[in-house]
Write a protein that binds this ligand. Structure first.
Ligand SMILES: Nc1ncnc2c1ncn2[C@@H]1O[C@H](COP(=O)(O)OP(=O)(O)OP(=O)(O)O)[C@@H](O)[C@H]1O
Ligand SMILES: [Mg+2]
Length: 281
């Protein structure tokens, strides 16, 4: 127990970290691609990036990168190993925490596991500038918890009615029940820059009427065949086709993220994120 307290104190002395959740409501809109490409582009720009694969149902960050995962968070929670030991290294030096397989939810833990998770993060030896959380599709408690706990929420949307309505549903829940009112929108798979703007207008037309939220369009990612080609090569586009249109869009999104301000005070620390994550459901 004293170990845990000293771990937390230690963390307060450490650097602040930017925590960004990537969500969107609908499945298949490009959340994992946005998470990984942005993370790797940030890594290429010299940032120390950690990606948390929070898609517990179908953990696919490792699959997408062709990495082999031997142990995951469940082994950390059971005390078999430390967080640093389960991190796998991806391209551009990024580190990835693989999801727990099976049905166990990271936000539905027993009290000892809860304490174990805090301890695991507080004792983490590697330091990071940015934590990117790739969430699952849908509006489950787990998605809401991760999204609520982050400092910035990036919502990936496509120009399809179901993507727009699912994204709306997510924003409605987050603003109504979880105190999240600011959203950064990534318009993905658009055919022209104009389509990206129009998609954003469609979204804000409904949110302005019915919700008390503030939206910002932070990136327009073009539909790019090279994304599918890189997925087949188990690579990401910023690596496999760095000069393609979507790769350029991811790199400029990464540059933008680097300039987002860090919150002052406690909320800039990882400890705050974990506490928020476990606070309530
Ligand atoms: N900009 C794009 N251009 C072309 N194809 C894309 C683009 N973005 C994503 N895709 C393709 O869309 C599919 C879904 O992408 P991805 O797995 O990133 O979505 P997701 O939102 O994480 O899905 P899930 O909800 O299942 O986790 C993939 O086959 C990917 O190659
Ligand atoms: Mg995904």
């Amino acid at each position: 127990m004293t170990d845990q307290a000293s771990g937390l104190r230690k963390m307060q002395d450490t650097q602040k970290i930017k925590v960004i959740a990537v969500s969107g409501g609908k499945g298949g809109v490009g959340k994992t691609n946005v998470s990984l490409n942005t993370a790797i582009a940030l890594g290429q720009q010299g940032k120390r990036v950690l990606v948390l694969d929070a898609d517990l149902g179908l953990a696919n960050v490792d699959v997408m990168l062709g990495l082999r995962v031997k142990r995951n968070l469940s082994h950390v929670l059971s005390g078999e190993c430390e967080l640093d030991e389960i991190m796998i290294e991806g391209p551009a030096g990024i580190k990835i925490i693989p999801a727990t397989s099976g049905s166990q939810s990271m936000v539905d833990l027993t009290p000892p596991e809860h304490a174990g998770l805090i301890r695991a993060f507080s004792e983490m030896k590697t330091e990071f500038d940015i934590l990117i959380i790739d969430t699952a599709a849908g509006i489950s408690d787990m998605v809401l918890s991760f999204t609520r706990a982050a400092q910035d929420v990036m919502l990936v949307v496509c120009d399809e009615p179901t993507s727009i309505t699912d994204c709306y549903a997510l924003m409605k829940l987050l603003s109504r029940d979880h105190g999240v009112f600011k959203f950064k929108v990534v318009a993905n798979m658009v055919r022209t820059p104009k389509e990206g703007q129009q998609l954003f207008v469609k979204l804000t037309t409904v949110t302005d009427r019915f919700l008390d939220v503030a939206l910002e369009l932070v990136s327009v990612i073009p539909f790019d065949e090279n994304i599918r080609k890189s997925v087949r090569k188990q690579q990401v586009i910023v690596e496999a086709y760095p000069n393609s249109p979507a790769a350029k869009a991811f790199k400029s999104l990464a540059s933008k993220i680097s300039n987002w301000p860090l919150p002052n005070k406690a909320s800039g620390h990882l400890e705050f994120f974990i506490e928020q994550l476990l606070d309530h459901k």
